[in-house]
Design a protein around this ligand. Sequence first.
Ligand code: FES
Length: 282
Amino acid sequence: MNKNREMENIYLPNLARIKDIQSETYDTRSFELEFVDTQMKKSFQFRPGQFIEVSVLGIGEAPFGLASNPNHPETFRFTARAVGSVTHALHQLKPGDVVGVRGPFGNGFPFDEVKGKNVLFVGGGIGLPPLCSLIEPMLDARKEFGDFQILYGARTSADLVYKDRLKEWGKMSEARFMMTVDVGDPDWTGNVGVVTTIFPKANIVSKNTVSFVCGPPIMIRFVILELLSIGFAPENIISTLERYMKCGVGKCGHCAIGHKYVCLDGPVFSYKEMMKLPEKVV
Ligand code: FES
């Protein structure tokens, strides 16, 4: 480690300006950021599945999965549901306002290792945004992968995020896309039922397929069980573990599960790795 690196304060955020805010649902917004410092803006890189710690000055800091395409890191996006003081404060901000950003942190999704295989994405609610950081670069390199399938479920149609993208995916020929809502309403003409109810219609093949799952813990649990019953090997089921990540760098211990730190060893784990953790996911 060089001297400058050693002297770097890992808790010091870099300032980033909000370029754009997209309202996703009644309680969820997406924020597009760029670093204020030109050098920082040029040098920033991240891998799909990594996360950042975002601070609202004077309020506090919270972790968010990066949701944009890492092939274009000069601006980056994350999606936040207003659930606590930091996210509520974030939702008050306007384009042009400045936040603090630390990271990127975490291991990220495998990419090169999956080349030549079929990919299956299963997203639930606001678990879709972090998956987009992998879906987009994989679509950029579409020829490198086999069959490409994206399944997405949300509680109701009002809870669907990234609606523009869902519309595009519905029309694209490069990948198969299906979505569902747990509870239908009069305006919803699509599938009703939890995301696993579209598995039979999706003709999922476990052979040579790697699945990426992200969503609420209960959904992850049922999706993993279903994938196992279809014949997926535990190492071909890749998911994320949700823990309260405070420091992001393996110092505070908040995210520890047994001898693993979700912020350093995760947040991405294969189900094979999850099976070795003291806390059972399935
Ligand atoms: S968040 Fe502090 S150790 Fe992982």
